[in-house]
Structures are given as structure tokens and as C-alpha cells.
Unconditional design. Structure first.
Length: 544
């Protein structure tokens, strides 16, 4: 089976924050799991280096858009690597290859009669003397009346046209824009209404998408799909590949999602492999993002693929709800956010991955609390999992000269482990990551209870044979826990395997004989609870 996993592309106009990571982390869990299963996996993403957000940041700092894009793309790469994201290709939207792919898609849609020219009215700022990109127009959403940008409302997730906004203002100067006539290219989105209705219905019937993706997509379809502009007067981006229109750029909503295809081609170039195995009807594909990106993956991207007659439509839409910070809405403009570069300086990446998975906003909004983060680390990762590994292996080091006893593993324990692999694997492939991790940690608690009940510290003196069996069972549990947790906690899993001298393993029950310990050290360090107040104080001090 071929598995394509596409992570949403963060805008290269500011550092990554917890909201980015909580919505993108499922992609890495999926990629690691399917690789362990021995499937052909292609996991792609990149930095969105085109469009208005980068232009705004560059204007604020008085530098070029290239400087902004380079700075944050490089930072993103470092941070994703430190978090353990195992992309097969992490690229950017300002590469020559991406531009070529987007222009090819544009021309294919034009050739297939899915794009047409139309004279339209567009917002124009007389003060700035320019047509305004959609994100440069701000006002109130016509549907929910909350503050919104000209391209989308983050409150109700409506896709907007800037002309629809109430009380429009120019983001740059604050003046009220006028409207002027200009010519643009439009995509016949309306022509895909019936096919997309059938597509969304299939996803709903087979439980392939999150509920929010089904709900939003059905809402768009019920309203009826409208043709959308595919060109804009933007300062940076992919030029429209039509003579006489080179000054216009391909609109970001069609250009950015095409990145999944261009990243696949980039990977093929780098590895000498063929990307077509991941772009056919047999491919299982997972598109991972936050709920504000749902329509672009459930409506727009499928319609583009249908428009170029490529039927590799997304099979799984993995769309998280929002993450709040200390019970307040995350706001980058007010600096009410936990920034990833800062977080990685002070905390174990597996602690971050654990908390954001066990508290993931899979079906409803979730909250990041410093108190919960610290107590979760100390109680579950260190107190339950780390403690079980440490006391078992310390016992081996002290009583068996660092060599684990080889004894027959208890049959009922083996049955539990085999069942757990099937259960966790099914939950991961079904995108229920939180539940999968909860099941593993139920088993961690069972393991600690088993150790306590067997009392190996007494057995070693009174029943040496029984003690060897107990420790052999505990080591067997540790090896399989490390394997089960590999998609979630790759760093600590690798540490366990290094201590025990284990090679790369496949997904499924691992049987082991006698193992020699090397470099035994605790998996996790305790976080002092005084950090809670320090971090909350720092967060409050950062509000602008």
C-alpha cells in the first residue's frame, strides 16, 4: 500500500507556535506508524513563502520578502527536526520547481475549460495606490459579523471575497478602500458541485474524515459552490503563465495546496524514485491541518485534482479543532502564544509531543495549561513510563550484571501485547491518536502494578527463578512499549533501544532473549513545579 501524508504549510512570516504543532503532529505519528508497518510512505510539507502575510511582515521590517521567507523557512526546518518530524521532503513554495508545477496545473485547468477570464471589481486603496490583496482588506464577516480578513473568516471558517466584508479597511493604512474594475482568471468551482457532493457523502458514510470536516464541507455544498478567482494582483508569488498577464500572480488558495504535488516531485528528483505511486486512486492519503484549512483540503484541492483529471483525491481529512492557551484564544498579534523555538530550549521534545497528543483538540477545542503540562510530564512520562523502565533496568544492572535474564514470557502477557498492537494500530490509522496513546498508557499502569505485585526485590532473595521470570516479563514489556510508543515518543523510544542494543524493528510483538545494557540513564528528568508560575508570568508579560 502507498501512503501519502501531507502536512499543512505554515506561512514563513513568524515563528511556529503550539497551534501549528498540535495540528501538524498527527502527520508525523501516521508517517512513523506506516513506516514501521513496512508500507511505502511519502510524508511532505513545506514553508509557504508566497503571498500577503510575508509581504506584510517584510513591509513592517523594511526588508525584502526573500529575507523574511529565508529566515523563517530555515527556522521551521530546525524546529521540526528538533520536534522529531520525519518529513521525506520539506520544501518551500518559492522554488523554481514549485512555480513550474503550479503553472502546469494552471495551464491544464485552462486547457480543460476549467478556468476563464472575467472583468471584476476589486478593492483598491487610493492612499497606497494599489489593488489590495485579499488579506490586506479587513472588516466584519457578512455571515457571523466577527472581525475577518478578505479571504476567510477564522470564526465561522467561511471562504470570503473581500468585497463581501462589512466596513472594509486597508490593513496597511487603515483607510476605506474603493473598488476598481480589473480582469482576472476564474476557476469553475461550481462545475464540481455534484462530484464533490458524492465525494463528501462517501467520506461521511465510511468515517474517513473528522466531524468538523464533514460539517463544514456539507455546509459549503448546501450553499452551492461559486466560481473563484485564481489570479490576484500580489507582490510576490507564482506569475500567471498566460501572455499579457505575467504581472498577475496565481492566487494562494490554488497555489499553496498544489505544494503537495510539487513536494512529491521534489522528493522524486532528490531520491530518483517515481512519485506517481502516491498519486493514483489506490493511494491512501492523509491531509493534516487545523480546522481553518478544511475547505481548501476538502473542497478546493479535490476540485483542482478533478479539474486536471487526477483522481488521487484525499481519502482522510485530519482536521483538528483549535488550541487555547491558559483558557484564552491563541493570538500571535497580542503575543498570547507559546513559541516553539523558546519551548524547545527548555523542554524535552517527547514531553511536548506527549502533551499535545494526549490533550489534542481532535473533536473539540483543547487548552494548553502550563500546570497541566508540567504535571502531565512528571506524572505520566516520568512517574509512570520512565519510572517503570528505570526501576526495571536498574534492577537488572544491580542484580544481573547488566544482562537481562532470558526466560519464557507469560502467555497471558503476550496475548495482551499482541492485542494492544492491533488496537493501537487500528486507532492510529483511523486518526484517533489521543485514544491510541491512552491505551498504551493504560498498559504502562498495568506494568507498574505487575512489578509492585511481583515484588522482585523480595523474589531475588526468596525465589530466584520466579524473580528471573518477573524481570524477563518486565523487559519484554519495556521493549514492546518502546515499539508501541515509537510513533508518539521517538526520542525516548530510541533511547530505550540504544540502552538494550536493539536494531530497527517492525510494528508488531517483539520477542527478545538476553540483552546487555549499555549507557543506562533515566528517560526523563523531573520538571520543578516552580516552572509553572515562571512560565505563566512570562506569558502574561509578553502580551502586547
Amino acid at each position: 500500500m502507498s501512503v501519502l501524508i501531507g502536512g499543512a504549510w505554515p506561512y514563513a512570516n513568524g515563528s511556529l507556535h503550539l497551534g501549528h504543532v498540535v495540528s501538524l503532529l498527527p502527520g508525523d505519528i501516521l508517517a512513523r506508524y506506516f513506516r514501521l508497518k513496512g508500507e511505502k510512505v511519502l510524508y511532505v510539507s513545506g514553508s509557504d513563502c508566497n503571498g500577503t502575510p510575508i509581504a506584510i511582515k517584510a513591509k513592517q521590517e523594511g526588508v525584502t520578502t526573500q529575507e523574511i521567507a529565508d529566515r523563517y523557512h530555515e527556522e521551521f526546518q530546525r524546529d521540526f527536526e528538533r520536534l522529531g518530524f520525519s518529513y521525506d521532503c520539506y520544501t518551500r513554495t518559492d522554488t523554481e520547481l514549485h512555480h513550474e508545477v503550479v503553472q502546469q496545473i494552471f495551464l491544464q485547468l485552462l486547457e480543460n475549460d476549467k478556468i476563464y477570464k472575467k472583468e471584476v471589481e476589486q478593492c483598491y486603496c487610493n492612499t497606497c495606490e494599489q489593488f489590495l490583496p485579499d488579506r490586506f482588506v479587513e472588516g466584519a464577516c457578512p455571515h457571523c459579523h466577527k472581525p475577518a480578513r478578505g479571504d476567510q473568516c477564522d470564526h465561522c471558517s467561511s471562504i470570503l471575497d473581500p468585497l463581501e466584508l462589512i466596513n472594509k479597511t486597508c490593513k496597511t493604512c487603515g483607510d476605506t478602500p474603493t473598488t476598481k474594475h480589473t480582469e482576472h482568471f476564474y476557476f469553475k468551482l461550481s462545475s464540481f458541485q455534484e462530484e464533490l457532493e458524492s465525494y463528501v457523502s462517501h467520506a461521511k458514510k465510511n468515517h474517513l474524515w473528522r466531524n468538523n470536516a464533514i460539517r463544514f464541507s456539507e455546509s459549503y455544498l448546501k450553499e452551492g459552490l461559486h466560481d473563484r478567482a485564481v489570479s490576484r494582483d500580489l507582490p510576490n508569488g507564482v506569475p500567471v503563465p498566460v501572455k499579457g498577464y505575467e504581472d498577475k500572480k496565481v492566487y494562494v488558495w490554488i497555489e499553496a495546496v498544489s505544494g503537495y504535488f510539487s513536494a512529491s516531485k521534489k522528493w522524486a528528483e532528490q531520491t530518483g524514485q517515481d512519485e506517481s505511486a502516491f498519486w493514483n486512486e489506490e493511494t491512501r492519503s492523509y491531509y493534516v491541518h487545523g480546522k481553518d484549512n478544511i475547505p481548501f483540503h476538502s473542497i478546493i484541492w479535490p476540485s483542482i485534482l478533478l479539474g486536471i483529471q487526477k483522481r488521487a483525491l484525499p481519502t482522510h481529512i485530519v482536521s483538528n479543532e483549535y488550541l487555547t492557551i491558559e483558557q484564552k484564544k491563541l493570538s500571535t498579534s497580542r503575543n498570547w502564544a507559546v513559541w516553539i523555538p523558546d519551548l524547545l530550549k527548555r523542554y524535552n521534545p517527547d514531553s511536548i509531543r506527549y502533551f499535545l497528543t494526549i490533550n489534542a483538540p481532535e473533536n473539540r477545542d483543547a487548552d494548553f495549561s502550563w500546570r497541566e503540562f508540567v504535571y502531565s510530564h512528571n506524572g505520566e512520562l516520568l512517574g509512570a513510563y520512565g519510572n517503570f523502565v528505570n526501576r526495571t533496568l536498574k534492577f537488572v544492572e544491580k542484580n544481573y550484571d547488566g544482562k537481562t535474564p532470558a526466560r519464557k514470557i507469560d502467555e497471558s502477557l503476550k496475548a495482551k501485547v499482541i492485542k494492544l498492537y492491533k488496537q493501537v494500530g487500528s486507532l492510529i490509522s483511523g486518526t484517533h491518536f489521543k485514544q491510541a496513546l491512552e491505551e498504551i498508557f493504560k498498559f504502562v499502569r498495568y506494568a507498574n502494578k505487575y512489578f509492585d505485585e511481583q515484588k522482585p526485590w523480595k523474589q531475588i532473595k526468596e525465589e530466584s527463578s520466579a524473580c528471573e521470570e518477573t524481570i524477563a516479563n518486565c523487559v519484554y514489556i519495556i521493549v514492546n512499549l518502546a515499539q508501541l510508543l515509537q510513533p508518539f515518543l521517538p526520542f525516548s523510544s530510541d533511547k530505550v533501544k540504544n540502552i538494550l542494543g536493539l536494531e530497527e524493528l517492525r510494528w508488531g510483538e517483539v520477542q527478545v532473549g538476553s540483552l546487555a545494557l549499555t549507557g543506562l540513564e533515566p528517560l526523563f528528568e523531573r520538571i520543578d513545579v516552580s516552572r509553572i508560575d515562571e512560565e505563566v508570568e512570562k506569558l502574561n508579560a509578553g502580551i502586547s
